[in-house]
Design a protein around this ligand. Structure first.
Ligand code: 1CP
Length: 348
């Protein structure tokens, strides 16, 4: 069931993720779809974000846009981390310029117990989108993804985007039993979401725990990591590479791999040679160009790309990426240039 088969199974992305030799370093960009592309804005006009994510025609086209334009080595499904919650029936909207906003935030044990479960049969649109994409992409792998339980919990508890995540941490400390139940439920829905994508043909998966870096290693290890591990474990014998990513996770790097990942995503704060030491030998790395560098002059871009490619050689395998998502003001031409430069610098 769902083992990495098909023409993308031997792609540079899958090989680098497994630590196998590659002809050149694979490169893709977090948030490569839907951030900086004018063709995305044109296509999305008049359709709400979370509606677009459930329309296989739009999902297929938006996912393919950056592959066609930049020649990246992987596609990432156009979706959002809150989509499983929306499909389950929660009232969540993505407000332009803000992000996900939750109508009734989770603030009590009763709120946790009232969360609707995600019925897998509501995910037919997702399987359809993935199957179509895999057929179109040929030997280019499709990365499926889900939000990790902690990062989803921050949106549910805060009610929207937040910097300090203070309410989230307060809930975690004050209501440990409700916290555990909340993260368990979120792990089940993330796992269902990933299983559907892999069974429909996705070649790799990424679990986004974007905000895990706000936690101490001790709290992360005891109150969060077991739930992220449960998501990866639920993939069972589906033999696809697993990427685990968060921002500001320098202190957590040894634990992030421990959740069951093949690849640890690293933001720009820790150089990849140092990250390789922190995660240990059993993992490939993904990252870690500062997305802000792409707003600088060409000389700076080239110097920083070269540095990341060189430092990436310290890892078992390297998937070139940004340290976080593409910034909306990024010139798409710079992204195309970075893809070409990484390929040129890493060609063997
Ligand atoms: O390449 C791609 O764009 C793929 C699709 C994708 C992904 C991987 C989207 C579309 N969202 C995500 C993941 C996601 N969503 C994460 C994890 C990655 C990360 O850290 O960047 C997070 C934290 C979210 C939540 C979210 N959704 C935010 C962040 C808000 C905050 O807390 O600061 C925002 C702004 C969104 C909206 C969203 N998601 C995706 C798009 C294209 C957009 C913009 C909305 C639009 O175009 O109308």
């Amino acid at each position: 069931m769902g083992t990495a088969a098909g023409p993308a199974a031997d792609s540079a992305l899958v090989r680098a993720a497994r630590g196998l030799p590659v002809d050149r370093t694979p490169v893709w960009f977090m948030r490569q779809a839907g951030r900086s592309l004018p063709e995305y804005r044109a296509l999305r006009a008049g359709t709400a974000m979370l509606q677009a994510c459930q329309d296989p025609d739009l999902v297929t086209e938006i996912t393919l846009q950056p592959v066609r334009r930049h020649g990246v080595d992987a596609a990432i499904l156009f979706s959002d981390i809150v989509l499983p919650l929306v499909v389950a029936g929660m009232d969540i909207e993505i407000k332009p310029g803000v992000g996900p906003v939750v109508a009734s935030p989770v603030r009590s044990v009763a709120d946790v117990d009232a969360l609707p479960p995600l019925e897998p049969d509501r995910l037919e649109f997702l399987a359809t989108s993935v199957r179509r994409l895999v057929a179109e992409l040929g030997s280019t792998p499709l990365i499926g993804f889900a939000g990790a339980p902690f990062t989803l919990a921050t949106y549910l508890i805060e009610g929207g985007p937040s910097k300090e995540h203070a309410r989230t941490k307060a809930f975690m400390y004050a209501e440990p039993e409700a916290w555990r139940r909340l993260l368990e439920r979120l792990a089940v829905s993330a796992a269902t979401f990933l299983q559907v994508q892999v069974d429909a043909g996705a070649s790799a998966v990424q679990l986004f725990d974007s905000w895990a870096g706000v936690l101490s290693a001790t709290d992360y290890a005891s109150r969060v990591l077991p739930h992220s591990r449960a998501v990866f474990d639920a993939l069972g014998d589906r033999d696809v590479p697993k990427v685990h990513f968060g921002v500001g996770t320098g202190e957590l790097l040894p634990l992030i791999g421990d959740a069951g990942a093949d690849v640890v995503g690293v933001d720009w704060r820790v150089p990849l040679d140092e990250a390789a030491r922190r995660v240990g030998p059993g993992y490939s790395l993904q990252g870690n160009l500062d997305p802000a560098v792409l707003l600088a002059d060409r000389e700076t871009v080239d110097r920083e790309v070269r540095r990341v490619v060189e430092q990436g050689r310290a890892a078992r395998g390297h998937v070139f990426n940004l340290g976080h998502g593409v910034l909306p003001d990024t010139d798409p031409g710079v992204l195309t240039h970075v893809v070409e430069l990484v390929h040129e610098l890493s060609a063997r």
